[in-house]
Write a protein that binds this ligand. Structure first.
Ligand SMILES: CCCCC/C=C\C/C=C\C/C=C\C/C=C\CCCC(=O)SCCNC(=O)CCNC(=O)[C@H](O)C(C)(C)COP(=O)(O)OP(=O)(O)OC[C@H]1O[C@@H](n2cnc3c(N)ncnc32)[C@H](O)[C@@H]1OP(=O)(O)O
Length: 222
């Protein structure tokens, strides 16, 4: 993680500093009692693949700033307590977005194990398409961030193929297809655990933000 971030000039802070800051925040990507057996099995499978370094488990905090090494650098500490990363906006376990991400840096690939809870309902019994879009955007976005640094979604195109039952577990599998200057093109598939059902597929364009400006400067100038 440090190597990736350093490559993009995100941080001059030490990995230890970032780790100690991150440790103060709750990591929501760890198993909790709402996770189904299917979610636990898939999580264990990916954790196993982390042992040789091929995959990396990505921690997840309720505030986006906590993901950034040297977060204090952006001096947004006052506002940060009042905001939450959208998919981490619920306090009760299991009712909303339950998910954990794993990164494969050499394949430029990010997967997300996703268990949609009952508060994400659209059609009765099924996940709202907006929640599917959110988890796709977050997974693809996480992938783009780790590959290209600071980016924003410019375009996200989704084909919904089969509805996702609430409480089921799906695998959101994204990868970077191409980088052209500031443009990062990615694609994604959402499948059932057994791979037999394609729930959704997506393509996305992310634009790398001007690296000479801080994230905060770019946000405030728009
Ligand atoms: C949330 C951060 C969390 C950080 C956590 C980090 C790690 C955690 C790990 C796990 C994941 C956790 C979180 C997931 C992360 C993110 C998910 C959320 C992401 C979002 O939810 S994000 C909100 C929605 N997003 C917006 O709110 C963007 C609004 N927008 C703009 O802010 C500008 O629009 C911008 C900046 C996109 C570009 O503006 P700009 O001025 O920098 O660049 P410009 O316009 O010059 O475009 C340069 C070249 O791209 C082409 N181009 C531009 N747009 C295009 C389009 N739509 N289609 C086709 N081509 C396009 C141009 O045509 C030109 O091409 P050319 O150079 O060839 O002429």
């Amino acid at each position: 993680l440090l190597k990736t971030c350093s490559l993009h000039g995100i941080s001059t802070f030490s990995f230890q500093t970032w780790l100690s800051q991150a440790r103060q925040s709750k990591d929501y990507a760890l198993p909790n009692s709402s996770w189904s057996q299917g979610m636990m099995d898939l999580y264990s499978r990916f954790l196993e693949m982390c042992k040789d370094g091929t995959w990396k488990r990505i921690p997840s905090y309720s505030n986006s700033i906590d993901h950034i090494p040297g977060k204090a650098f952006w001096c947004v500490c006052k506002e940060r307590k009042e905001t939450r990363l959208f998919p981490r906006n619920m306090d009760t376990e299991g009712v909303g977005f339950e998910y954990a991400m794993f990164l494969n840096p050499s394949e430029k690939r990010m997967v997300c194990l996703f268990q949609p809870g009952p508060y994400l309902e659209g059609h009765p019994g099924f996940a709202h398409g907006g929640s599917t879009a959110t988890i796709i955007d977050s997974t693809i976005g996480g992938c783009a961030i780790f590959v290209a640094g600071r980016v924003m979604t410019a375009n996200l195109s989704i084909n919904y193929r089969n509805p996702i039952p609430l409480g089921s577990v799906v695998l959101v599998d994204s990868k970077v297809d191409q980088v052209e200057g500031r443009k990062v093109f990615l694609s994604c598939q959402v499948r059932s655990i057994d791979g037999q059902t394609l729930h959704a597929e997506a393509t996305a364009l992310f634009i790398r933000l001007d690296s000479t400006k801080s994230l905060q400067q770019q946000m405030s100038s728009q």
